[in-house]
Every structure is written in structure tokens, then in C-alpha cells.
Design a protein around this ligand. Structure first.
Ligand SMILES: *[C@@H]1O[C@H](CO)[C@@H](O)[C@H](O)[C@H]1NC(C)=O
Ligand SMILES: *[C@@H]1O[C@H](CO)[C@@H](O)[C@H](O)[C@H]1NC(C)=O
Ligand SMILES: *[C@@H]1O[C@H](CO)[C@@H](O)[C@H](O)[C@H]1NC(C)=O
Length: 478
């Protein structure tokens, strides 16, 4: 065990020397088919991704990240803001259980705590907003008590709906948020924390039929926005500078900005497809890494950007739209969806290795049976499993009536880990060993959802680090 610690310490000190990169990813886990956390961490490492943002403080994810050298932003769900705002005992415990444990064990390199997730979102009607600053204050003193206040920064990821304006230079926070935003930004500034914002040109395009398609991307536009002496050629810059102006208006025009979420989905809507996602994400990455900045911040791009998202999350609510389950640059099983250069050293994405799939078999509609009584079965299957790709704009929209039924059956069957009974459907279903996928429409095979616990499941990567550690030790001894 002491050897384990030595190796981890060595790995951490090696990691510190590596230059920091500005591109990170969001790792969400609302999926029916979750990869093992150690597989995901290896995927991050293989793609040289050195920053990851989580939506909670999942012990399995944090354990798998131990010793990886990857910088972590852990999240606090909005529902926890109220208890954390009212009790320092609660914030002390949160920090001890979800931060100190991992940091003190020379483990997961937690650098940021995201306090709430878009807590000022208009659709929450203000239900979380009064808790944010008190929760920050409690957590800050808990960090200070643990001597972590200088190392771990508190941030609050905000949706871009916190500010508004028709022209970037006129940007201002929503009037009802002005006071709270002023307190928040004062707090961030006094602790050296950046402002974290989520920016989604896709949602602007999806939500408004007169939003010019080419303004969402980075390849030039016939709809540029002229704002005094400044010309904006893409929605991202326009949105970013609206925030800069809003910060300026409350006296913090120099505050560093991190993009907590940004990305483009690949399925579930007409404008959500592989080509659009590749074009947007590659354009964004090239733009940020060019260091050009924006008209209001020339030469000063965002500090970091976290792509949304690493993996598809097939169990997310589709309330925002069917695209919601398709944001990954990788599919749920860690396979790259399209060529993307993250600017981190690899020219292309590398797929997840050693993914443990269920056997190669699928559930389909029995071709020799009459399907006229199938409606309720399909409804039931799609009520729990993911069928979003079948709808208009989805990759499986054109596969016909029987294709639809088979797709629904299979989603349900894989969700139930290929349990035989889950392919019955009153005798209408049938297991097949022939892959029913057609063109871009993929009939999935689930992955085995094994939970990690402690050091053990990460053994593969652990051994590798052990060998590297031994080599380094050997080098020093010689
Ligand atoms: C630590 O984080 C996890 C995951 O977000 C949460 O369930 C747990 O309640 C937290 N611990 C404390 C003491 O609040
Ligand atoms: C397949 O299902 C989708 C979603 O319910 C529907 O839009 C489409 O029209 C269906 N296709 C056929 C041929 O029935
Ligand atoms: C994995 O862990 C989660 C929570 O820790 C639990 O809800 C789930 O049932 C577990 N899955 C398996 C396959 O053990």
C-alpha cells in the first residue's frame, strides 16, 4: 500500500510539470449503459484530456480519477444548495467527504467545485437563487478550515440566460439578478475564481426559426452583427462579449471567464447531425486555440472550455428536445462519432479500449408475425428505453414501420441487460444474431454496467503507473 502511495505521488508530480491545456470535457453519467469509470478515465488519458467536469461528486468517478493527474471540477446539485446555505456543519461534511478525502489521499486532483448547476435558470423561477451566495460562503470557510481554500476554487456555472441584450456591448444581467450577480462576482473576484458560463449556439438555432444557420458556426457568415466599431461573425463570440459587457456594467470587466459547457448534439433534431457537430466543435476548438479572443477581449480567449459532452447520456430527460441524449463527442460506449482534433496532441479522437459489451445479439420484431397489436408494446418500450433517434430529424427516422418496432424492442431488451423475458412482447419479439443496424441508424448492444469500488477495478491502468513509477525510481537510484 505504501508503494501505491509513492507511485501516486510520483504520478502527480509528473502531471504538474505538463503544460496545462484549455480544452476539457463534461463527464455526465445519466445513462442506461454506463462504461466502467476506469474505462472512461483511460479514454480521457488516451485523448490527452487533462480537465474534466463532473455534475456531482460521484465516488466511483473520483476513485477512478485518482492518480490520473487529470484536473477535476466536482459539482454540487441544485437540490443541495439549500442545506449547504443554512448549515456550516453540512458544508464542512460535504468538503470532508467529497473533496478532502480524495485530495489528501494524493488522489483526484480536485481544483474546482461547481456550486449548483445553472441555479439562476429562468425556468427555475428563482427557487435556488437565494441559496447560492450563502452556500458559497459556507463552503469557502469549510475549505479554509481544511487548508484547501488556496487550492480549490468555488465557481457557479451559469446559463447564458442570466444576461441579455440585442447587441453584445449592451449586455446586462437580468434585472432581477443584478444584486445577486454583483454579490456573486465580488465573491468570485475576492477568491480568484473565474466566472463560469454555458453557451449554446445550437439552442439558439433550434429555438428560433429566424436564427441564421451560418452565424452559429465559425466559418464566416452572411449575417454578421455590427456593434459600433465591432463586427461579430459567430454567435459564440457575440454571446461571450455580452457577458463581458454585463460583467463590466457591475464593475468586473476583467473577470476571467471559463466556458463550463459548450457543444453540439449529433442526433434527435434536423440541425443535430454528425457534420454540424464536427463543424461546430472543430471550429470552436480552432477558434479558442488561435488565441484571437473576441472584440471586447482581443487576444484573451476563455481560460478553459469544457466540451459538452464526453459521452451520450441516453437516460436524460427529453423535455428540452430529443437531441438531449446525443451531445457526446463519443457514443455511450466510448466510440468516436466523427473526426475531431482536440488540439491536445492527437490528430483524431481515440476510441475507448476494453469496453465490455453484452453478447452480440439484438431483439427485433419477428418478421413472420402480424404486428397490428404492437402499439402498446412499442409505447411501453420507448417509455423507458431510448427511442429518440426514430423521430423526425433522427438517424433512424427512415427505417419503416417494422424497423421502428424492432428498434423499440431492441432498446428495451438492451436496457434490461438482454434478459430473455424482455424480448417477449407477447411473442412478437425475437432474438437475432444478425446486426439489424441500417446506414447511420445503429441498433445498440449494451455494455456491462459494473461498478468500481476502491483501487481494484482500475488495476489495468494501475499496473501501467506502477511500471512507470518503478522506472522513475530506478532512474533516480542509478
Ligand atoms: C457528497 O457528494 C455526493 C454526490 O453528489 C452526495 O450524494 C453526498 O451527499 C455528499 N456528501 C455530503 C456529506 O453532503
Ligand atoms: C417511426 O416512428 C417515428 C417516431 O414515432 C415516426 O415519426 C415515424 O413516422 C415512424 N415511421 C413509420 C414508417 O411509421
Ligand atoms: C451501480 O451503483 C449504483 C449506485 O452506486 C447502483 O444504483 C447500481 O444499481 C449499481 N449497478 C450495478 C450493476 O451494480
Amino acid at each position: 500500500m505504501s508503494f501505491c502511495v509513492i507511485v501516486l505521488v510520483l504520478c502527480l508530480s509528473v502531471a504538474v510539470a505538463v503544460t496545462e491545456s484549455a480544452i476539457g470535457v463534461n463527464w455526465g453519467t445519466v445513462s442506461f449503459h454506463r462504461l466502467k469509470p476506469s474505462t472512461v478515465v483511460d479514454l480521457l488519458k488516451d485523448n490527452k484530456i487533462r480537465k474534466v467536469k463532473l455534475f456531482d461528486a460521484d465516488p466511483d468517478a473520483l476513485t477512478a480519477l485518482m492518480g490520473s493527474g487529470i484536473e477535476v471540477m466536482v459539482g454540487i446539485p441544485n437540490e443541495m444548495l439549500s442545506p449547504l446555505s443554512s448549515s456550516t456543519a453540512a458544508s464542512d461534511l460535504w468538503v470532508r467527504q467529497n473533496v478532502s478525502t480524495y485530495l489528501l489521499k494524493a488522489g483526484a486532483d480536485i481544483r474546482y467545485i461547481a456550486v449548483g448547476n445553472e441555479p439562476f435558470l429562468t425556468s427555475y423561477s428563482g427557487q435556488f437563487q437565494s441559496y447560492v451566495v450563502p452556500a458559497l460562503q459556507n463552503l469557502q470557510q469549510s475549505l479554509a478550515k481544511s487548508n484547501l481554500a488556496g487550492y480549490v476554487k468555488l465557481v457557479v456555472p451559469c446559463n447564458a440566460d442570466a444576461y441579455e441584450s440585442s447587441l453584445p456591448s449592451q449586455g446586462a444581467f437580468r434585472p432581477e439578478l443584478t444584486q445577486i450577480m454583483t454579490q456573486l462576482v465580488e465573491f468570485l473576484n475576492s477568491n480568484g475564481s473565474p466566472f463560469v458560463v454555458n453557451i449554446y449556439p445550437f439552442l439558439s438555432l433550434y429555438g428560433s426559426s429566424d436564427f441564421p444557420q451560418d452565424y452559429a458556426f465559425f466559418e464566416g457568415t452572411s449575417h454578421s452583427v455590427t456593434d459600433g466599431p465591432n463586427v461579430y461573425n459567430n454567435a459564440f463570440d457575440g454571446n461571450f462579449d455580452t457577458l463581458v459587457a454585463a460583467l463590466n456594467k457591475i464593475g468586473y470587466g476583467q473577470m476571467p471567464i471559463v466556458i463550463g459547457e459548450v457543444g453540439w448534439p449529433t442526433d434527435g433534431a434536423i440541425s443535430a447531425n454528425l457534420n454540424a457537430a464536427r463543424t461546430f466543435n472543430q471550429g470552436l476548438i480552432n477558434h479558442v486555440l488561435s488565441n484571437k479572443g473576441t472584440p471586447l477581449r482581443p487576444g484573451a480567449p476563455p481560460l478553459d472550455i469544457y466540451l459538452f459532452s464526453l459521452l451520450d447520456e441516453g437516460a436524460k430527460s427529453v423535455l428540452p428536445g430529443n437531441f438531449e441524449r446525443h451531445w457526446g463527442i463519443f457514443s455511450f460506449d466510448g466510440q468516436a462519432k466523427y473526426p475531431l482534433n482536440l488540439g491536445l496532441g492527437n490528430r483524431l479522437l481515440k476510441n475507448a479500449k476494453n469496453v465490455e459489451y453484452l453478447p452480440s445479439r439484438w431483439c427485433v420484431a419477428n418478421p413472420s408475425l402480424d404486428m397490428s397489436d404492437v402499439t402498446n408494446h412499442v409505447k411501453l418500450a420507448c417509455g423507458v428505453a431510448d427511442c429518440t433517434t426514430l423521430n423526425y430529424g433522427g438517424s433512424c427516422n427512415g427505417i419503416g414501420v417494422k424497423g421502428n418496432i424492432s428498434y423499440a424492442f431492441n432498446s428495451y431488451y438492451q436496457l434490461h441487460m438482454q434478459n430473455e423475458k424482455s424480448c417477449d412482447f407477447d411473442g412478437l419479439g425475437m432474438v437475432t444474431f444478425l446486426n439489424p443496424s441500417v446506414g447511420e441508424c445503429r441498433f445498440l448492444v449494451g455494455v456491462t454496467d459494473t461498478n468500481s469500488s476502491g483501487c481494484e477495478p482500475g488495476l489495468g491502468s494501475y499496473k501501467k503507473w506502477l511500471i512507470i513509477g518503478l522506472l522513475i525510481l530506478w532512474f533516480f537510484i542509478m
